[in-house]
Design a protein around this ligand. Structure first.
Ligand code: PRX
Length: 647
């Protein structure tokens, strides 16, 4: 553990950056001492059709929770991400697309982006999609995914992007929850040389979604697809038939921009709702400062648009800033483990933003695949999605960045819309493994289990004391759940669900989730979702799912399964259950380990003692605590003896 290491900001980095260390401290101080004035000024980063006179209107409860920013202003997100740049950047590249096949890439200028988005906007309108309607986007990483998001924003429709790795069932649940009437998809996706049957999955999902009257299909691979006349339309045909002029709808700052489903500790995934003005101001501002983006630079975020990182830091933040953003269809190890760095060389990438799980997987391949490339264009590296272990940080810094590039370890969530805790490259000395300091306007607080605020160097539950413009506004269709999930544990504060330590320098170290959410390869997964998929199998009586430390994925999925009476465990059944969960949710939810559990440790009132199950899964049962109060203390020994993760 290199926890003591500190990497100072070099003078050249500090002087070239938008903000240096003293600049950070003074702007941070202004931002938290007078939020109204600060955010009033920052709101001007984007163009408004009608300027706002109100800045902030927020109540964090108890009782009433509402969050409004720039509430009387009007604007349009697509106008800000495209039209606003046309005068100067019509011929500048907005999107560099790098295909799964290294021979496949293209540049899309702001002028071309404008035409594509306008055409699709008109095509959607021609099919009856209007302001406020929900459109589900289930796409591979192709430029049309970004066009689809921006076309919705342009006409005022609310998009809900569903990750292309989700199963038909998971897609159906998300289409139903927000009552989408239109789905935009592709015939097939292409990842690592393998085809993903997106249209076939959509057809299957829509068997249970009667509200959907339009499916727009991009021809990506040309593979065979089923077709429902009247409902299905080819993207290229729909866009050919319409005008390339589509005025941007005037949207109130608080009109919804998108819904994005994310896992929580209980129940079905929640539809996190983000709105227009504040979200865009925050995405643009964080992209500008955290990545220290300067005009002309090539910026690459390797996330998928199915996750919030793809929304804020592939599409909205970069395009609002007139940046050149790279969109990659493939995977890090195809055709080989050099791919990321080859792409950096090919497109002269300046700023590279990825996830710790990718770094750890590439680290396993050794230095050669990295060192065979130049990477001389890189000047800044970023990390997101889970805590980065100091070993991976050091490797990223030394091997990928040749000790030249600062690393921004950015902590945030689907709910936060943008980055909240992060270094700024010109301002923040780095400590490997720490997300360092709060961004402007962000007031992190650590509280104990009773909600008492902890001061100084300490560890506790991470809350945010006040709102910022990028914050989610509600859970779509369920404001009560929004209040319950985020504002009830510690009244008056937004609770993140993360544990965190603050050191003597005021640096924040995220320690991971404190609820029943696990983080698998940077993907958020509710243990309850995996459990309900498992118990839906006819041979499963009961199941409990926990996370355990995994070398590459950060956390792996460990499932305890109790079979119904008369069913015998077998290797075959184990495989069947893994396949079952993949089918129910998607490959990212596949259990890594399944332990047959004749019984689960429960209190006398029947509550499963997850703490004990977590310990056993971690192969650490030195400190199980008092098990004598369990209904059947004997089950614990059996589980220990047969644990799947023995060192
Ligand atoms: O536990 C934190 C972890 O990911 C969670 C949010 O997941 P999601 O909404 O899917 O968004 C991921 C991308 C923003 C957080 O509650 N997390 C995210 N970034 C970091 C992190 N944990 C530690 N360090 C990070 N940089």
């Amino acid at each position: 553990m290199t926890e003591g290491a500190v990497y100072e900001v070099s003078e050249s980095t500090a002087s070239a950056a938008w903000i240096d260390e003293s600049g950070y401290f003074s702007l941070y101080e202004q931002s938290v001492s007078n939020p109204e004035a600060f955010w009033g000024e920052q709101g001007k980063r984007i163009e408004w059709f009608k300027p706002y006179s109100e800045v902030k209107d927020v109540a964090y409860g108890p009782g009433d929770v509402h969050i409004r920013w720039y509430g009387d202003g009007t604007t349009n997100v697509a106008h800000n991400c495209i039209d606003r740049h046309l005068a100067e950047k019509r011929d500048t590249t907005a999107i560099i697309w790098e295909g799964d096949d290294p021979a496949d890439s293209k540049h899309i200028t702001y002028g071309e982006l404008h035409e594509q988005v306008c055409r699709l906007g008109n095509a959607l309108k021609a099919r009856g999609v209007k302001k406020g309607d929900r459109v589900t986007i289930y796409m591979p990483m192709i430029p049309e995914a970004a066009y689809a998001m921006l076309a919705c924003a342009r006409i005022g429709a609310i998009h809900s992007v569903v990750f292309g790795g989700f199963s038909p069932d998971a897609l159906a649940g998300r289409v139903q929850d927000c009552a989408s009437t239109c789905v935009i998809t592709a015939d097939e996706g292409l990842r690592g040389g393998r085809k993903v049957p997106l249209k076939a999955n959509t057809d299957k999902a829509l068997e249970s979604c009667s509200d959907v009257d339009t499916v727009v299909v991009v021809k990506r691979t040309g593979g065979d697809v089923g077709w429902k006349d009247g409902r299905d339309v080819w993207y290229h045909e729909a866009c050919a038939d319409v005008s390339a002029d589509c005025p941007a709808e005037e949207m109130n700052a608080e009109d919804p921009l998108f819904i994005l489903y994310t896992s929580g500790s209980t129940g079905k995934p929640k539809g996190v709702l983000h709105t227009t003005g504040g979200y865009l101001v925050y995405a643009a501002m964080t992209h500008h400062y955290v990545f220290d983006y300067h005009p002309g630079e090539v910026y690459w975020c390797t996330a998928d648009v199915g996750w919030v990182t793809g929304h804020s830091y592939i599409v909205y933040g970069p395009l609002a800033n007139g940046a050149t953003t790279l969109m990659f269809e493939g995977v890090p190890n195809y055709p080989d483990a050099s791919r990321f760095w080859q792409v950096c060389d090919k497109h002269k990438v300046d700023i590279f933003y990825t996830a710790p799980t990718a770094i750890r997987a590439l680290m396993r391949e050794g230095e050669d695949p990295v060192k065979s490339t130049s990477r001389s264009s890189l000047r800044l590296l970023g990390s997101v999605g889970e805590p980065i272990n100091p070993e991976a940080w050091e490797w990223y810094h030394k091997v990928v960045g040749d000790e030249r590039c600062p690393i921004v370890d950015t902590w945030w969530q689907t709910e936060t819309g943008g980055i909240l805790i992060t270094p700024l490259p010109g301002a923040t000395p780095l400590k490997p493994g720490s997300a360092t300091r709060p961004f402007f306007g962000i007031k992190p607080v650590l509280v104990d289990a009773d909600g008492a605020v902890l001061e100084g160097a300490t560890e506790g539950n991470l809350c945010i004391a006040d709102s910022w413009p990028g914050q989610m506004r509600t859970v779509y269709g369920d404001h009560e759940r929004f209040i319950q999930t985020y504002f009830s544990s510690y009244p008056g504060k937004y609770f993140t669900g993360d544990g965190c330590r603050r050191d003597g320098d005021g640096y924040y170290w995220i320690t991971g989730r404190v609820d029943d959410v696990i983080n698998v390869s940077g993907h958020r997964m509710g243990t309850a979702e995996v459990e309900s998929a498992l118990v839906a199998h006819p041979k499963v009586a009961e199941s409990a799912v926990v996370g355990y430390p995994h070398d590459i994925k950060g956390q792996g999925i460990y499932a305890y399964v109790t079979l119904i009476a008369g069913e015998a465990p077998s290797e075959e059944l184990r495989k069947e259950l893994v396949g079952w969960v993949r089918k129910e949710i998607g490959p990212i939810a596949s259990p890594d380990l399944i332990q047959w559990a004749p019984g689960l440790p429960k209190t006398r009132s029947g509550k499963i003692m997850r703490r004990i199950l977590r310990k056993i899964a971690e192969d650490d049962f030195s400190n199980l605590g008092d098990t004598s109060t369990l209904a059947d203390p004997g089950v614990v020994n059996d589980l220990i003896d047969n644990r799947m993760n023995k060192a």
